[in-house]
Design a protein around this ligand. Structure first.
Ligand SMILES: Cc1cc2nc3c(=O)[nH]c(=O)nc-3n(C[C@H](O)[C@H](O)[C@H](O)COP(=O)(O)O)c2cc1C
Length: 112
């Protein structure tokens, strides 16, 4: 996350598996809403993944780094870091997937 050094602030998103079995969804939704709120205020936001469901070793390495730096208790999983700040320039627009690629009616693969 080389861009994080230049961000004005960072928000670390954590989740508590002992509180909700949907902690990962909860934390992911929270990340999205923080991102939308930042953009709504005219700020730039970038997402840095910390937790990794598919790679336990890498996840532990990343989470431990953040946990130690910020003294985050062990009952919190660390999902992401959002870097937020004033943009120097607007990022180039991205190619969005077409609606037919992402919207399916009734059964997967069916388009109107
Ligand atoms: C789900 C998700 C996870 C990401 N994880 C990382 C990450 O771990 N490290 C990183 O440098 N960028 C990560 N990014 C990319 C940055 O958030 C950012 O989008 C990227 O730097 C491109 O910025 P741009 O919008 O200016 O093109 C991730 C993006 C998403 C959507």
């Amino acid at each position: 996350m080389p861009w994080l050094k230049e961000a004005n602030i960072a928000i670390v998103i954590t989740g508590r598996p002992t509180v909700s079995k949907y902690w990962l969804q909860d934390a992911s939704i929270a990340s999205g809403f923080v991102w939308l709120a930042a953009v709504n205020l005219g700020l730039g936001c970038a997402f840095g993944a910390v937790y990794n469901l598919m790679d336990e070793k890498e996840s532990h390495k990343r989470e431990s780094y953040v946990r130690e730096a910020l003294e985050i208790p062990n009952d919190r999983s660390i999902i992401a870091i959002l870097g937020i700040g004033y943009e120097n320039k607007k990022p180039a627009s991205k190619r969005m997937a077409s609606k037919s690629e992402v919207i399916h009616y009734n059964t997967f693969g069916s388009n109107p």
